[in-house]
Write a protein that binds this ligand. Structure first.
Ligand code: 5GP
Length: 193
């Protein structure tokens, strides 16, 4: 998605060869017009998959997922990162190791929000090792839903997540695929073709 790649080049900052900072438009301050375009693009890519719900992981997946849900005309479900007192009944949990925080958290879903027969589009902001996406997919399936697709805003294709998910049989669409990066340099897949 050219608009997104342009934004990454203008406003993103590669901290090193592994971590990209996009807090001025995706992770902290949010460019809602860009999110709307991202939502439209996910809706276009997955329009024939019979999606009934969009699921995402709090908090940075919420903005793009909400827009995708809006354009697909379905509800959005937020997978929570901690089990709280008010989430105690009928919850499904799985442990996920966080790439950026270097610590584990419990991904949590109140089971009644995803049911047998649901075809779920899982949306997240980044794909790195694939831990968050596999955790989300695991919870969706345990709730009885089917993972109809995985929509990623930015994938770092030099890290293993993309290959791991595709090898596991998931349809993964990433709107900005980074082939390589280093301090202040970002190279997208296909840039050298
Ligand atoms: P994974 O589970 O695929 O290793 O990592 C995905 C999660 O880690 C995403 O939900 C995102 O929050 C975070 N993440 C991974 N890499 C980056 C990065 O380069 N920049 C930012 N801002 N977040 C990242």
């Amino acid at each position: 998605m050219e608009l997104l790649k342009k934004k990454i080049l203008e406003c993103g900052k590669a901290l090193n060869s592994e971590v990209l900072l996009v807090d001025s438009f995706l992770n902290h301050q949010v460019d809602v017009e860009l999110m709307n375009e991202i939502g439209k693009e996910f809706a276009r890519l997955f329009k024939d998959e019979g999606i009934t719900k969009v699921a995402t992981i709090e908090s940075s997946g919420i903005a793009p997922a909400a827009m995708a849900a809006l354009h697909l005309g379905v509800p959005m479900v937020i997978l929570k990162k901690a089990k709280s007192m008010i989430l105690s009944d009928g919850v499904i949990q799985t442990e996920v190791f966080s790439f950026t925080k270097r610590t584990s958290y419990q991904l949590t879903l109140k089971g009644k929000f995803i049911n047998k027969g649901d075809r779920v589009l899982l949306v997240d902001d980044f794909l790195a090792q694939g831990e968050a996406a596999f955790g989300g997919a695991n919870i969706i399936k345990r709730a009885g839903g089917e993972v109809a697709g995985i929509g990623i805003v930015i994938s770092k294709n030099f890290q293993p997540g993309m290959d791991r998910l595709r090898r596991a049989g998931y349809r993964v669409e990433s709107l900005a695929q980074i082939a390589a990066m280093d301090e202040n340099v970002v190279e997208f897949e296909g840039d050298n073709e």
